[in-house]
Design a protein around this ligand. Structure first.
Ligand SMILES: CC(C)(COP(=O)(O)OP(=O)(O)OC[C@H]1O[C@@H](n2cnc3c(N)ncnc32)[C@H](O)[C@@H]1OP(=O)(O)O)[C@@H](O)C(=O)NCCC(=O)NCCS
Length: 175
């Protein structure tokens, strides 16, 4: 299994993995206006700097997707989003693998110190998946989704192998 940059041609497969609007909102919150979303909507989400959409492939087959983005000007914190596995392959370890590959990429290629993400409380498989790779709940919040109040958790993964900078000080986030 490998993680590679997202291609425009991956969009139809990834968007087909949310089978109803509720699942779509659990995945993407209110980031997309309409369900079902079109590939062009997905491309529009990923326009701009500091966004690194990735696709997990098993050989030629597209099996997972994740967005890595810097939430602010500093480069020591990255935020994961749009995490999803092929709906026919869930509960088989693919999500865990996707997270591990993304964590490895963020820590070892991008040199981040902290990874954050948000997850709805009503998404136990996602919550369990994130906890299983080392994310911890750091807070909770609520969001209005299609006129309903949804509880969400903020989660964080700390890269304890993060290198000190050349001054000898631990790198700081700039948020
Ligand atoms: C969230 C998601 C990526 C997890 O991927 P997955 O392949 O199903 O998860 P895995 O099989 O790798 O399981 C990871 C862990 O979660 C647990 N888990 C998975 N599904 C579970 C469920 N329905 N209930 C409880 N635990 C569950 C597994 O037991 C495993 O724990 P372990 O490592 O301690 O054994 C996947 O379910 C998904 O694509 N969901 C729809 C999109 C979505 O809502 N994304 C979240 C956006 S925040």
């Amino acid at each position: 299994m490998t993680l590679r940059p997202f291609n425009i041609s991956d969009a139809p497969a990834i968007l087909s993995w949310c089978k109803d609007k509720h699942a779509f909102r659990l995945w993407s919150a209110d980031r997309y206006k309409d369900y079902p979303a079109q590939p062009s909507d997905m491309i529009a989400q990923y326009e701009g700097d500091n966004l690194f959409p990735m696709t997990m492939v098993d050989g030629e087959e597209i099996v997972g997707h994740i967005l890595l983005r810097y939430p602010s000007a500093g480069k020591s914190i990255i935020r994961f989003g749009f995490i999803i596995v092929d709906d026919t392959k869930r509960g088989m370890g693919y999500g865990r693998r996707l997270l591990q590959l993304a964590i490895d990429h963020a820590c070892n290629q991008m040199g981040v110190k902290t990874i954050t993400l948000g997850v709805f409380a009503d998404n136990p498989s996602a919550l369990k998946c994130y906890q299983s790779v080392g994310f911890k709940i750091t807070g909770e919040d609520s969001y209005m989704i299609d006129g309903e109040k949804w509880k969400g958790y903020e989660m964080e993964y700390v890269n304890y192998n993060h290198k000190n900078d050349e001054t000898g000080n631990q790198s700081q986030g700039h948020e």
